[in-house]
Every structure is written in C-alpha cells, then in structure tokens.
Design a protein around this ligand. Structure first.
Ligand code: FES
Length: 104
C-alpha cells in the first residue's frame, strides 16, 4: 500500500491507501473519492478520472499513454498537469503522491 492524497476545489483533501499494481482510478473509486467516477472502466475513454498531478510528482507518474493523450484532446480543462488516473499504475515510486481532482 502507498499513500495518495486527492485535493479538491474547496481546499479539502482525502488521503487513501492505494494498492500497488492497481490503477489509481480503481483505488479512488474503491475509496469513494468525490469526482473520480471511472465510467469507462479504466480504458481512457471517458475522462471521469481526470486529475492534475502536482508538478513535483509528474516525473514519478510517468508519461501519458497514447490513448490518454487522445482522450485529453477532447476533454475540458486540460493543462500540462492533466492525467487520467486510470492510466497511472500505483507503484512504490508514487508513495506520497498528491493530485488535484478536476471534476469535484
Ligand atoms: S476511467 Fe475513463 S478515462 Fe479513466
């Protein structure tokens, strides 16, 4: 398990324990994180798992996948920090990760 924090527009946060090897979206849905829905089941087809990765964590979370890049082109509010968290696989390297939820 690693610790991941989700930040919200009202300044509040939710910390979860995320299972290594799971998609971050799956962990968030499992913990009922507001604004993370995972409607497409993690196939990078819906953007209901859109988050902004804090700059200090962008390297650890890796590059966008091609499918993710394509979906983000059709998504509102995209910035350089945008990721679909169904495309982030939880690993020990992201222990302490902080992301901001876009759709809360
Ligand atoms: S769950 Fe649909 S794009 Fe991530």
């Amino acid at each position: 398990m690693v610790n991941v924090t989700f930040g919200f527009h009202d300044g509040t946060e939710q910390k979860i324990d995320a299972e290594v090897g799971w998609k971050l979206m799956e962990c968030a849905v499992n913990e009922s994180v507001p604004g993370i829905y995972g409607d497409c089941g993690g196939e990078a087809q819906c953007a209901t798992c859109h988050v902004y990765v804090r700059p200090e964590w962008q390297q650890a979370t890796g590059e966008r996948t091609p499918a993710e890049e394509a979906m983000l082109k059709a998504t509102y509010g995209v910035t350089e920090q945008s990721r679909l968290c169904c495309q982030i696989v939880v690993s020990d390297e992201i222990d302490g990760l902080v992301v901001d939820v876009v759709n809360d």
